[in-house]
Design a protein around this ligand. Structure first.
Ligand code: S3P
Length: 418
């Protein structure tokens, strides 16, 4: 039995920094993800006047500036590759009423920002951005008013932006989600004393005089753990693996459920609650894999895991079909196109759908070179497929894993050669 811990959860790490910066008093954050995306959030918060220490400590001690204590930035806010940074901080900046410009790398600059600009405009903030819809985006000085927002797409980033705009701007907000999405922002705000209620598909936040400081132990990222679970499911480890202290929030673990449905061994042990988030040891091993259908309503709970599920499908009997996942086209790359062309490049039958893909599994040896488009999850998914005995797969840009898991290739090597 092999044991491993995966890096801290990316979604929770972003939020832990933001909420510590906005809190009153001292927050301690342990086990934060040390990666390029979280560095982007730290940099942007520092540009807004927060004191965020270097991230390379096992415990970060953050003195919050309070809900009204941020400063207007004197430089553009560089979000690099991180959509979560750009969209959530846009909510914070709108609430603070600052003039600020958001910039990012080429990939982030192409990603849709209209979904966050629209609710912020409805709250009374002027937002200007390029015609193609991405970055640079400028928020103009103003003051927010309350809103009831019904996002057209299911997005935890958009929901969180509206909640943070209401929190910092001291106005009531309500978000009615088309399909439920990850609820880390809600859990973390409630734990910090905010009057936030969830009823059915509606999240409402009432103005708060202050945000309490809180300590966070960041659990392992289920989206990173999914790569290890996939590796075990594909039989690349020859034995069971125990992935310790993984976040198993129900809105995050659709990928684990899908692997189990495909026939992989996957079970939780040592289940516990850690700072309001359910965590567990995820035990995984190989099984007789079969293709499955993934339905639109499951998609938000496994959106980041779809590249990994696609490579597992390449080794499963029969066909795997994913629909209702058009959002994949606007992630760090067009993940429908990247997954399908990557699979074809190594000899797998795969087909694009407008909102998903079809993969036909086989047990032929798979060889070839995959173009990642600088997308960390594409690189790691094909890294996993390449680690299956008999396959020989290279990726054009292994270093893009730094966005969410800088030591991925070393960890993969260690696990598969143990
Ligand atoms: C995230 C939400 C999801 C997810 C992303 C992280 C978050 O994006 O894909 O990796 O931390 O809120 P959307 O809100 O665009 O669905």
């Amino acid at each position: 039995m092999t044991r491993i811990r995966v890096p801290g959860d990316k979604s929770i790490s972003h939020r832990a920094l933001m909420l510590a910066a906005l809190g009153r008093g001292t927050s301690r954050v342990r086990g934060i993800l040390q990666s390029a995306d979280i560095e982007a959030t730290a940099r942007v918060l520092r540009a807004l006047g927060a004191t965020i220490p270097p991230l390379d400590a096992s415990e970060l001690v953050i003195e919050g500036v309070g809900l009204r204590g941020l400063q207007p930035p004197s430089v553009p806010l560089d979000c690099a590759n991180s959509g979560t940074t750009a969209r959530l901080v846009a909510g914070i900046v709108a609430g603070a009423g600052f003039d600020a410009e958001f910039v990012g790398d080429a990939s982030l600059s192409r990603r849709p920002m209209g979904r966050v600009a629209a609710p912020l405009r409805a709250m009374g903030i002027e937002v200007t951005r390029p015609e193609h819809g991405g970055l640079p985006m400028r928020l103009h000085r103003g003051s927010v008013q309350g809103v009831t927002w019904r996002p057209a797409v299911a997005s935890a980033q958009v929901k969180s932006a509206v909640l943070l705009a209401g929190l910092v701007g001291n106005v009531p907000v309500e978000v009615q989600e088309p399909v439920p999405t990850r609820d880390h922002t809600e859990r973390m705000l409630q734990a910090r004393g905010v009057d936030l209620r969830v009823e059915g598909d509606t999240v409402s936040l009432l103005p708060a005089a202050r945000l309490d400081a809180a300590d966070v132990d960041v659990p392992g990222d289920p989206s990173s753990a999914a790569f290890i679970a996939g590796l075990a499911a594909l039989g690349a480890l020859r034995r069971e693996v125990r992935i310790e202290n993984v976040d198993v929030n129900p809105w995050r673990v659709g990928g684990f459920r899908a692997l189990r449905r495909m026939g992989a061994l996957l079970r939780y042990e040592d289940e516990a609650l850690q700072g309001g988030e359910p965590v567990a040891t995820v035990v995984c091993g190989p099984g007789a894999l079969q293709g499955i259908s993934i339905a639109p309503e499951e998609v938000p709970s496994l959106i980041d895991e779809l590249p990994l599920l696609a490579v597992v499908a390449a080794r499963a009997a029969g066909e795997t079909r994913v629909t209702g996942a058009a959002e994949l086209r606007v992630k760090e790359s067009d993940r429908i196109a990247a997954v399908v062309s990557g699979l074809r490049a190594v000899g797998v039958y795969a087909e694009e759908l407008p909102d998903g893909f079809v993969v036909r599994g086989s047990d032929r040896p798979l060889t070839g070179r995959v173009v990642t488009h600088g997308d960390h999850r594409i690189a790691m998914a094909f890294g996993v497929l390449g680690a299956v005995p008999g396959n020989a797969i290279t990726v054009d840009d292994p270093s893009c894993c730094a966005v969410s898991w800088p030591s991925f290739w070393d960890d993969l090597q260690r696990l598969t050669h143990d």
